[in-house]
Design a protein around this ligand. Structure first.
Ligand SMILES: *[C@@H]1O[C@H](CO)[C@@H](O)[C@H](O)[C@H]1NC(C)=O
Length: 153
């Protein structure tokens, strides 16, 4: 049976194969992997106990759909970085907090290629939604933690 899901999967495999091929080519030609690569983003609900986070993340050609994360839960996705290093994911995020007058929401870029140096091994990008905004953080080789974007007031 030919389902849309299989098509999407096939398409992704093709993209993966192409970007792998390009990155091998580039490594061979220039000695460095400048053209491509892969990354993973881990988005965690670190807001507060009993607060549910709603997340809808997208790139130009990938819609990750609406995710519902209970406190402490995270979801992650991996992707190839395009040849021009313009790969970008952004998210709309929101949660309900009576203490803060209802819905708190925010949107911003959750991944840009220039943020890779703030990711572990230049690969694993940890993100956490907290009360003061959405953070990027890592532990290795040194600890870093900064706010990527704040909630709208
Ligand atoms: C979270 O929910 C549980 C179960 O309803 C409750 O016992 C607990 O006090 C709540 N915690 C907070 C911080 O509101």
């Amino acid at each position: 049976m030919d389902t849309g899901l299989n098509k999407t999967y096939g398409y992704k495999l093709t993209l993966l194969a192409i970007s792998l091929f390009l990155s091998l080519q580039c490594s061979t030609v220039s000695g460095t992997n400048w053209g491509s690569g892969f990354a993973s983003v881990y988005l965690k609900n670190d807001i507060a106990e009993n607060i549910t986070l709603y997340a809808h993340c997208k790139s130009a050609d990938n819609d990750l759909g609406k995710r519902i994360l209970s406190y402490g839960q995270s979801f992650d996705w991996s992707f190839g970085i395009n040849f021009f290093r313009t790969t970008l994911f952004w998210c709309n995020l929101w949660y309900l907090a009576d203490s803060e007058g209802g819905v708190v929401s925010g949107s911003g870029d959750i991944f840009r290629v220039k943020q890779l140096e703030g990711c572990e091994n230049n690969f694993d990008c940890y993100r956490a939604a907290r009360k003061d905004g959405v953070h990027a953080y890592k532990f290795d080789p040194q600890q870093e933690d900064y706010i990527l974007f704040a909630w709208m007031s």
